[in-house]
Design a protein around this ligand. Structure first.
Ligand code: GDP
Length: 196
């Protein structure tokens, strides 16, 4: 898809959220799940460079996504990775307090893209995130990252296990490395942003 993605701003409190105008797509996942790499694959080098800047990892980083005519069409919200502290089991213990209100109340939030590593069994905090989104009726898309690390039966088995363990209707396999699944993900994002 012919989109351009430009960094907008980095936000560390609810007071700083940009005015809710365009549909927003939020990206969520445990630290190290491959979120920066995926944003990079979706958007080009600029996005990931910004989101990996030290000090911005506890912030929501907003990006403006424009179409071929350079008309802004949607906003990406890159949320901080959760579960960084090894001992912490809950999302909220490692997440700044303003993240939950964002997910609960943001009127323009069209889709939560929730990333899980295709090669790692899900953790409690992944389950909590999906349960939390379901309880609030938030639209989400589960995405399995780094699928290039396995192949054939092993890949299928781990995807089926993830789907079952997390109680998901579907899980979209992607690789930032090989770009497998990236066009599919773009299509799902564009569809959600069009509020179809
Ligand atoms: P983040 O903490 O969620 O932003 O994760 P990163 O994007 O920084 O990636 C974490 C690690 O996983 C890095 O070592 C990446 O090189 C690796 N990684 C990310 N995406 C892929 C992928 O699609 N395939 C493979 N093989 N490795 C990946």
């Amino acid at each position: 898809m012919q989109h351009s993605v430009e960094f907008l701003l980095s936000v560390v409190s609810a007071a700083q959220f940009p005015a809710p105008r365009l549909p927003e797509i939020a990206f969520l996942g445990r630290s190290n799940v491959g979120k920066s790499s995926l944003l990079n694959a979706l958007a080009g080098a600029r996005a990931a460079r910004v989101s990996s800047t030290p000090g911005r990892t506890r912030a929501i980083n907003f990006f403006s996504v424009s179409n071929r005519q350079r008309v802004p069409k949607m906003v990406f919200a890159d949320l901080p990775g959760y579960g960084y502290a090894k001992i912490s089991k809950s999302i909220s213990a490692t997440w700044p307090a303003f993240i939950e209100p964002y997910l609960a109340e943001r009127a323009t939030l069209a889709l939560c893209v929730c990333l899980v590593d295709a090669n790692v069994p899900p953790r409690d905090n992944d389950r909590q995130l999906f349960d939390w989104l379901r309880a609030r009726d938030r639209a989400f898309l589960a995405v399995a990252t780094k699928v290039d690390r396995s192949s054939g039966n092993q890949r299928v088995r781990s995807l089926v296990a993830l789907q079952r363990d997390l109680g998901l209707d579907e899980i979209l396999p992607v690789s930032a490395k090989t770009r497998d699944g990236i066009p599919d993900l773009w299509r799902r994002i564009a569809k959600a942003a069009a509020m179809e």
